[in-house]
Design a protein around this ligand. Structure first.
Ligand code: F6R
Length: 349
């Protein structure tokens, strides 16, 4: 029996998290169905939460190997510099997230082109009045549709000639397929996700990533919050070496914290030295430190391998705590409260 079998809480969610290669493959099979606009000089993705993080991964890939600048906006307004050379692509799994709808709507007269990645909702309705919609299948939690959302955001970058993703994605799928049996195993030993979950129980995790792995640190903290209902925050190396590192040095509450260091096989050697310093400092303070090592050789392989460990760990931590990983009641309640303000009406212009 594997960890995804049976009636264990979050079995569907875990299955989705471990189906990253199949999600990538399904989305890639449908790729290429839209005519990319000419003259794009800059791509801006708009999104929130489990949708925005997919765009952040695509942007991190573009930072590493791409040909044009790619930004991600998490908020209500498109940046003031959005102009005719900018493609604004809204990414919202549900299609009903007001911040994302707001950027999409407000970019209409300024951006050179717009596109939408969504399973439906108001975003699909609005985009279908003239803009391409890159669909993702419905019926999942947004955070559990990472493979679909990531593949679609990458498809946008491919279409405007920012990335050549075919070979790197094939390499990523192999890396993920090789890793998956370890993560699905019911034994703690040798399962990096179960080991990570065990080390975080009863502690507040602070997750640090550097360079390519920065969005993975954000993803892990997000998944621990949403799936395990476990408060977690993230930061970045080397920036934290210029501020947080002092805070860790003087901390009296260290007994309640744990650190997770998300490491990359190709990280800058000075970054490696900084992580080693941090490990020593945290050991001195008695703070348990866990390293999450990315695997693979391609950029998406390195991004998604650490993600698959992070995602599975968040479900295993939920199970250890006896909480249901699926519902995100606070997000739902907040969206309901905000729906009462009438703001969405302003967007329907
Ligand atoms: C829920 C989740 C959330 C949502 C966010 C935005 O699974 O991950 O972080 O992604 O509330 O909603 P969407 O993705 O529908 O735009």
């Amino acid at each position: 029996m594997t960890a995804t079998d049976g009636d264990e809480p979050g079995a569907d969610l875990l299955e989705d998290h471990l189906a990253l290669p199949e999600q990538l493959d399904a989305a890639r099979r449908e790729a290429g169905g839209w005519a990319a606009p000419e003259g794009v000089e800059h791509v801006v993705f708009a999104g929130m939460g489990g949708s925005a993080i997919a765009a952040s991964y695509a942007a991190a890939w573009a930072d590493a190997e791409g040909r044009l600048p790619v930004d991600v906006v998490r908020g209500y307004e498109p940046p003031s510099w959005v102009d005719q050379g900018t493609l604004v692509a809204a990414v919202s799994y549900s299609g009903n997230t007001e911040e994302t709808l707001s950027v999409f709507t407000r970019a209409r007269d300024r951006a050179g082109a717009r596109a939408a990645v969504t399973s439906g909702g108001a975003l699909a309705d609005r985009a279908r009045q003239g803009e391409p919609v890159l669909p993702v299948p419905g019926g999942h939690e947004p955070r559990a549709a990472m493979g679909y959302l990531f593949a679609r955001t990458v498809e946008i970058l491919e279409a405007v000639d920012v990335l050549d993703p075919v070979e790197p994605l094939a390499d990523a799928a192999k890396t993920l397929e090789g890793l998956r049996p370890e993560l699905a195993s019911a034994a703690e030993e040798g399962n990096p996700a179960r080991e990570l979950a065990a080390s975080l129980e009863g502690r507040i995790p602070v997750v640090y990533g550097a360079g390519l792995q920065e969005p993975v640190a954000r993803r892990l903290a997000g998944q621990l919050n949403e799936n395990a209902k476990h408060l977690s925050v993230h930061g970045t190396v080397p920036e934290m070496n210029h501020n947080d590192v002092v805070g860790w040095g003087g901390l009296e509450e260290a007994g309640r914290l744990a650190a997770v260091l998300v490491r990359d096989p190709e990280e800058h050697r000075q970054v490696a030295a900084r992580f080693e310093f941090l490990e020593d400092l945290l050991e001195d303070r008695g703070v348990p430190t866990v390293t999450l090592e990315a695997r693979g050789t391609s950029v998406p392989g390195r991004l998604l391998s650490s993600t698959m460990v992070a995602d599975a760990a968040s479900v295993y931590l939920a199970r250890r705590k006896g909480v249901d990983p699926e519902p995100v009641a606070a997000i739902d309640a907040l969206k309901e409260r905000l729906a009462e303000t009438g703001f969405r009406g302003e967007l329907l212009d």
